[in-house]
Write a protein that binds this ligand. Structure first.
Ligand code: B12
Ligand code: SF4
Length: 472
């Protein structure tokens, strides 16, 4: 065992596969790595572990928490190098200017962190390690990116050993897995085109694990901690028919647990849906984004026709698979009628779980660049103040308040068309207010319960999660 230890601290009681994969590779190379979840007394526990490196994964919106947690690490007297990675660090590398951070990682972290830990352990200079940026003396060292890892199966399985210390995580009825990385599409609001551009057009960005190791990983987790239901977090689980066919031949016999996947409607056909059903897929999540086909394809570059959405919904219904649609309100130039069109298409296809966010303008994305250039983001727009998926207070558009109200009524009117006239009246006449927001929260709660199939075990776990997260 090597001497240097690496601690990762995370905010949420959710598996962060990025961190778990880095931890697994460190352990496979003799380092002691440990994932800590923020809770009472966590900084004392990290201090007792005595890490030489403390790492954070940062999504856009998480920065303030990351900075405050690093301050607590320092106040606890933990003398460790601080490294931050994840999508926000990748697209907003200016984070390295913050004196709280020693090292920033852009792109994939497994080999970068391994090389960094090895350099520290062996007393060698880390300053040329690819993917890493450093604040050294007066200057910032910006190293190039290495190509994306060609063979995902060369990695050990994500290190879930922290379930043994956090029993609550082990009892999570949903466990998350990933069978591939990368997405071939170029939607302007998503991080994928930006990441692909960063790696270079010729890089092998889209990678899929073989079916066998995926099943082995699932079996390992099932046998050691148990699995109730699975969420595959891949951007596109249903890209390849051959992969799905092979998966369907093994999964039901060996793993046999219900699962949900993300995909696009234009890659779904009856054969793929048949294999998904045969495997035990309970829920398919796909993006509609907007009910206005022209906005969907011109502004968001989604390249999906209404007809493809309707067709996929019909097939999923035929096979008895529920579907969740993700929709966005607050597109640049979106009129209130456009937003209602998004609700209409959900009414038309009778979406089982209509999920609506307010547009998040993330740094690095094409839509962020275009909106900034067009002066659409308010002068005081500050990415450190992003409030999460359901909030956007900074789009400079006269109808922003009405769009926020439509968002509040989006889930309920997608399900109950009869409520639309009254919702339209309220949305156009009143300012956003706590009552409208309560309507959203209540309908979102029902959607979450429906997603959990109203099963008591899941509901109880969800309730405990809420208490831990919100009450502490
Ligand atoms: C599953 C998922 C979730 C889950 C679980 C999140 C979690 N905490 O684990 C849930 C549903 C809770 C969720 C919520 C959110 N999510 Co989310 N989510 C994903 C999803 C679909 C998969 C993540 C994943 O496992 N990826 C696979 C791993 C291997 O990749 P990775 O995390 O990027 O990690 C690699 C590198 O980034 C790097 N790295 C990561 N962490 C670290 C840490 C260190 C120290 C180092 C050195 C390197 C490093 O190395 C890793 C291995 O190579 C991604 C889309 C995607 N395809 O990644 C979106 C995604 C990450 N989510 C995103 C966002 C914004 C969010 C939210 C912040 C949205 C919001 N504003 O509310 C919330 C809140 C998240 C939170 N605070 O935890 C964005 C991030 C964009 C951005 N610019 O930050 C993504 C990319 C979606 C998108 N299409 O834009 N999310
Ligand atoms: S298809 Fe989905 S994952 Fe792929 S780029 Fe578009 S939004 Fe992102």
């Amino acid at each position: 065992m090597r001497k240097l230890k690496v601690a990762f601290i995370q905010k949420n009681w959710e598996d962060n596969l990025g961190i778990l994969w880095i931890s697994a590779l460190l352990k496979a190379n003799g380092f002691d790595a440990r994932v800590f979840i923020e809770e009472k007394g966590v900084y004392g526990k990290v201090r007792n572990f005595a890490p030489g490196i403390v790492g954070y994964s940062c999504y856009t919106g998480d920065q303030r928490w990351v900075y405050s947690s690093i301050s607590k690490v320092k106040s606890a007297g933990i003398q460790a190098k601080i490294i931050v990675g994840g999508p926000h660090a990748t697209f907003f590398p200016q984070m390295i200017e913050n004196p709280l951070i020693d090292v920033l990682c852009r792109g994939e972290g497994e080999h970068a962190v391994l090389e960094y830990a090895t350099a520290l352990e062996e007393g060698k200079s880390p300053y040329e390690i690819k993917n890493l940026w450093f604040r050294a003396e007066e200057d910032i060292i910006r190293n190039d990116l290495r190509p994306p890892l060609a063979e995902l199966d060369s990695l050990p399985f994500p290190d879930r050993s922290y379930y043994d210390r956090y029993k609550f995580m082990a009892t999570n009825p949903y466990k998350t897995f990933i069978t591939g990385r990368g997405c071939p599409f170029k939607c302007t609001f998503c991080f994928n085109h930006a990441l692909h551009d960063l790696y270079g057009k010729n890089s092998k960005y889209i990678r899929r694990r073989a079916v066998e190791p995926v099943i082995d990983e699932l079996m390992e987790v099932k046998n050691r901690w148990g699995i109730n239901e699975i969420r595959f977090s891949d951007d596109h689980f249903a890209l390849s028919t051959a992969w799905l066919k092979e998966f369907a031949a093994v999964y039901p016999k060996k793993v046999g647990r219900p699962f949900s996947v993300n995909t696009r409607v234009d890659v779904l056909d009856e054969e793929k849906i048949h294999y998904l059903k045969e495997s035990g897929c309970r829920l398919v999540c796909f993006g509609i984004e907007t009910g206005r086909e022209d906005l969907r394809n011109r502004v968001l570059k989604k390249n999906i026709k209404d007809e493809q959405i309707v067709n996929a919904a019909r097939l999923l219904k035929k096979y008895g698979i529920k579907y969740l649609s993700s929709n966005i309100i607050g597109l640049p130039g979106e009129t209130s009628q456009d937003a209602w069109e998004t609700i209409h298409i959900n009414q038309k296809i009778r979406t089982s779980l209509p999920w609506f966010s307010m547009m998040q303008y993330f740094p690095g994305t094409q839509i962020y660049r275009e909106a900034t250039e067009a002066g659409l983001l308010a002068g005081d727009f500050d990415i450190d103040k992003l409030g999460g998926y359901f909030q956007n207070d900074y789009l400079k558009q006269d109808n922003l308040a009405e769009l926020q109200n439509i968002h509040s009524f989006s889930i309920i009117t997608s399900r109950y068309k009869i409520l639309e006239p009254i919702a339209r009246l309220l949305a156009s006449r009143f300012k956003p207010n706590p009552l409208f927001k309560a309507v959203f929260k209540a309908s979102y709660l029902v959607l979450t319960l429906k997603r959990a199939n109203f099963r008591i075990g899941r509901l109880l776990w969800g309730f405990k999660y809420y208490l831990r997260k919100v009450v502490g």
